[in-house]
Design a protein around this ligand. Structure first.
Ligand SMILES: Nc1ncnc2c1ncn2[C@@H]1O[C@H](COP(=O)(O)OP(=O)(O)OP(=O)(O)O)[C@@H](O)[C@H]1O
Ligand SMILES: [Mg+2]
Length: 242
């Protein structure tokens, strides 16, 4: 379970997050919806302990990670896979090497076990035949699936997606969203889905928090968005592409 308790964050004099409280239960998919630049990626970095809040606390499975050191954070971070906004693949490494790199660096596993885990992810992501390809031979949707495989290879219980469908065509987007839904259904994986795309939310999220001007202005089931009287939500529903 991931919990933000009254989290505020400043970059210099700019207050990006104001008293944000959020809970993400295991096995559920929570979308965080908000316009560009609102602080969505910042929330993901806070959950991983990559940045510290100016005030408030971040808890992972009831452990306050706010003041933990890098070494102390290591076992916490293993519980959460991360799929970055731009995938962050290594261009000079094959798909297999991309998927196994962090595993080999960080866990003391046998080469057999590493190979087994890579195969498991290649199969799950539908990337058979591309094991030895470099990322630039792959489409945007396939690169995203490699990034998802790399995140899953540690067998996390939560996965954090930063704008997983941004820049993808509708067919590739649907494949990624289907994969996210399958992860929850088949292996009980919880997810945080940061997005500015409304249809992502309706496709897979159990609940959605809307972030606007640094604050959570809505936190409920996606269908309840239509009952919100907040002017930003009303205009967002009317013009979802804005
Ligand atoms: N290291 C930093 N130093 C100063 N300002 C930053 C830093 N990182 C982000 N910001 C600013 O904080 C705000 C929130 O950034 P963040 O990347 O979290 O937004 P976002 O919602 O993910 O945006 P996008 O839709 O572009 O991905 C932005 O205005 C950004 O310019
Ligand atoms: Mg972002």
């Amino acid at each position: 379970m991931i919990e933000l308790r009254n989290v505020s964050l400043r970059y210099g004099s700019r207050e990006v997050l104001k008293n944000v409280s959020l809970t993400i239960e295991d096995r559920t998919i929570k979308a965080i919806l908000g316009p560009s630049g609102v602080g969505k990626s910042t929330i993901i970095k806070l959950m991983l302990g990559l940045i510290k809040p100016t005030s408030g606390q971040v808890l992972i499975d009831d452990v306050d990670i706010t003041h933990l050191s890098e070494v102390e954070l290591f076992p916490i971070r293993q519980k959460m896979g991360i799929v970055f906004q731009g995938n962050a693949l290594f261009d000079s490494m094959t798909i297999t090497e991309n998927m196994s790199f962090f595993l080999r660096e960080n866990l003391n596993l046998s080469e057999d076990e590493i190979r087994r885990r890579v195969q498991e992810q290649i199969k799950f992501a539908g990337l058979e035949g591309y094991e030895d390809s470099l990322p630039d031979r792959l489409s945007g949707g396939m690169k995203k699936r490699v990034a998802i495989g790399r995140a899953l290879i540690f067998h996390p219980k939560m996965i954090l997606f930063d704008e997983p469908t941004a820049g993808l065509d509708p067919v590739s987007s649907k494949k990624i969203l289907d994969l996210i839904a399958r992860l929850q259904r088949e292996i009980g994986l919880g997810a945080v889905l940061v997005t500015h795309i409304l249809s992502d939310v309706f496709a897979v999220a159990d609940s959605v928090a809307v972030l606007y001007q640094g604050e959570i202005i809505f936190n409920d089931a996606p269908q309840k968005l239509y009952e919100s009287a907040h002017p930003f939500i009303a205009s967002f529903l009317a013009n979802p592409e804005d």
